[in-house]
Design a protein around this ligand. Sequence first.
Ligand code: OOG
Ligand code: MG
Length: 259
Amino acid sequence: MVDISAIAARLDAAAQRAEAIPQITGETGELPLADAYAIQRAAIDHRLARGATLVGMKMGFTSEAKMAQMGLKDQIWGRLTSDMVVVNGGAIDRARFIHPRVEPEVAVRLKAPLAGEVTREEALAAVDAVAAALEIIDSRYENFRFALGDVVADNASSSAFVVGPWLAADTDVSDVAMEMRVDGEIAETGTSAAILGDPIRSLVAAARLAGVAGLTLQPGWTVMLGGATAAAAIGEARTVSLDAGHLGRVGFTIEGGAA
Ligand code: OOG
Ligand code: MG
């Protein structure tokens, strides 16, 4: 028997204190995905009880580069909450993170509900705006190591996100060159086409996975479609920026020292 609420409380505390914990699967053996998503939901409920609100969904492992980096192949998803939002050009406090990494992504904002099996056209019709974005992931597990059940329970490592300027919904996001810099040095380069061949496919997958979980993506929500490249460690860096061609620029600064 997996104690869903006890593990959720442990993960929530690890995120709040920025202190890594051992993998759950080290204790329980394999963690069934249904239990892992139940833990994710229960951990996020702690945040909602503190006043945060749900603002979207994130997709994970939608590019070969990310799958190869972490050694996992299944697409996963997590919940985005209001306390994870960082404004473009804003600062994060390094002490709030354990071992943060950053990924270049594409985000969409929805104007209509979306759930279940939808076509590319139906998914696109629900899009209000598109943007380049950066996701800050910060596994709550020691050494940033986990099995599939662990990372799902840990809200797919999500910890903060920064969205660039919102652009018209019909802006082409299918093959945008991306150059991510950490402290001014190129850390990763790639193309948005690495996200399932076209990031809109990731939105179709998000709708399907949300539907399976009994969730509906809501108007106004942001959906982060997954890293186009491997993630780069933030370490002690002070600035991160992404140049995404016609999608524009997005970045943030890092203040303070590690916890
Ligand atoms: C899991 C999250 C993966 C992405 O964009 O593929 C992810 C991890 O790598 O820790 O956010
Ligand atoms: Mg990501």
